[in-house]
Design a binder for this molecule. Structure first.
Ligand SMILES: NC(=O)c1ccc[n+]([C@@H]2O[C@H](COP(=O)([O-])OP(=O)(O)OC[C@H]3O[C@@H](n4cnc5c(N)ncnc54)[C@H](O)[C@@H]3O)[C@@H](O)[C@H]2O)c1
Length: 394
């Protein structure tokens, strides 16, 4: 039997207390896109004492009403709109911020429109589908002077922050090689419909959906060096298979025909500073994991265990491989238990940035490089050769 007496010795609870919130200014927030992830935004917003949800929009008739009902928003005097445009055109709402929770192909348009209206934006991940779209959003952001934060809640995880602290501490020496990625054995996301798998709504599959998290985990840790070149690959063997066992019973024929994105991607990326990034990501595979994340340096290397169902978080205690007084040693980095939910922190830090005029918690200037890699992998995979990553001026 396992010895339970040691439980808790290799975990710590994050003790950072939530600072008091200034409620003298209430933030009027609109929700654009009332699907699956919007539920998490609303739940987090309802827990903020200085946020008031005043409007919701969705393209599908009846979806706003269903959304309000299931999230307990009935009776809160919430205005309904048939798309982002009508909601953002209604100046009487006096919006301070919007949460854009639309599918990927509808990230750039609504974000640009909101910024042009002078409204702060929390934009769900991935930033966009293409690099060009991300650049256009950032031009609108620059012109507006408003806050644009990209929805990477794993950034709020103290364990993620610990990875960055370790990289910055010098414990690893000079970092020269990184392996990152993640996967799911049967995890093509179709629990609420097909918006993740259709080209015209998603535009990108596993590569953008969960690949963006793997990239952020390591790139944020090392200060987001500029990506230079990429040799990429993508495939869709599982998604296009009518017999894929992860599809709902009776849906295989329909979903496999609709499947228009990737379910696996891999790449070899050269970053500024001579760092090599080896990446692979899977929504579906005949394997438990495509590997842990590893960050290799001249003085030490860090192993970050993968999670079984990849969602961008740390899968267990990390291990530092280094030498102590000439002895090859492994040091376990304890898991930090979070006392606050990551979604609450994602929304709270965004609201604080809007109110205080401070930088976005997850700034577009960093995620631009994440998007450039995703875009580069797609382009290289299509071209069948290595491509240079060219990032336009903003
Ligand atoms: N941060 C996370 O943990 C997380 C988790 C899941 C999804 N996401 C991201 O959130 C986004 C949405 O995912 P989802 O699962 O909620 O998808 P979904 O398909 O369930 O919901 C999207 C909704 O947006 C609506 N919509 C699209 N364009 C619109 C527009 N212009 N105006 C108004 N409504 C519009 C659609 O009709 C749909 O109801 C995706 O980009 C996804 O990557 C993030």
């Amino acid at each position: 039997m396992a010895d339970k007496s040691m439980d808790g010795l290799n975990t710590f609870t994050d003790q950072s207390a939530a600072p008091a919130v200034d409620t003298s200014k209430m933030m009027r927030v609109g929700i654009i896109g009332c699907g699956w992830i919007a539920d998490s935004h609303v739940k987090a917003l309802l827990r903020q004492p200085d946020a008031q949800i005043v409007a919701c929009a969705d393209l599908v008739p009846g979806r706003v009403a269903e959304f309000c009902k299931r999230n307990g928003l009935d009776g809160m005097d919430i205005k309904e709109y048939p798309s982002h445009k009508e909601l953002l055109d209604d100046d009487s709402l006096a919006l301070d911020a919007v949460c854009i929770c639309t599918y990927n192909r509808q990230h750039a348009g609504p974000a640009i429109y909101a910024l042009e209206k002078g409204i702060n934006v929390m934009l769900e991940k991935p930033f966009t589908v293409t690099l060009d779209e991300a650049v256009e959003v950032m031009k609108a952001e620059k012109k507006s002077g408003k806050v644009l934060s990209i929805g990477f809640q794993p950034r709020m995880d103290a364990n993620m922050q610990q990875i960055k602290k370790i990289c910055e501490s010098g414990e690893l020496g000079q970092i020269y090689y990184i392996q990152t990625g993640g996967g799911r054995r049967r995890g093509i996301p179709t629990p609420h419909g097909t918006s993740f798998i259709q080209e015209d709504t998603a535009g990108v599959g596993a590569l953008g959906d969960i690949g963006c998290y793997s990239l952020d985990m390591v790139l944020n840790a090392i200060g987001y060096p500029k990506p230079l070149t990429v040799s990429g690959y993508k495939s869709a063997f599982f998604g296009k298979d009518p017999n894929y066992s992860g599809y709902k019973k009776g849906k295989g024929e329909e979903y496999s025909k609709l499947f228009g994105v990737d379910d696996f991607a891999a790449a070899f990326i050269r970053l500024e500073g001579g760092i090599i990034l080896d990446f692979r990501i899977a929504w579906a595979m005949n394997l438990d994991t495509p590997g842990d994340t590893i960050i290799m340096g001249t003085k030490g290397s860090l192993r970050i265990p993968s999670t079984e169902c990849w969602n961008g978080t740390v899968g267990g205690p990390m291990k530092l491989y280094h030498e102590v007084a000439g002895l090859q040693t492994e040091t376990e980095i304890p898991v930090i238990k979070m006392s606050q939910g990551l979604f609450d922190l994602k929304i709270r830090t965004f609201l604080d940035a809007c109110k205080n005029g401070t930088p976005a918690p997850v700034p577009s200037s960093q995620i631009l490089y994440n998007q450039a890699i995703i875009d580069g992998i797609a382009k290289s995979a299509e071209a069948g050769k290595e491509v240079e990553i060219v990032i336009p001026e903003i």
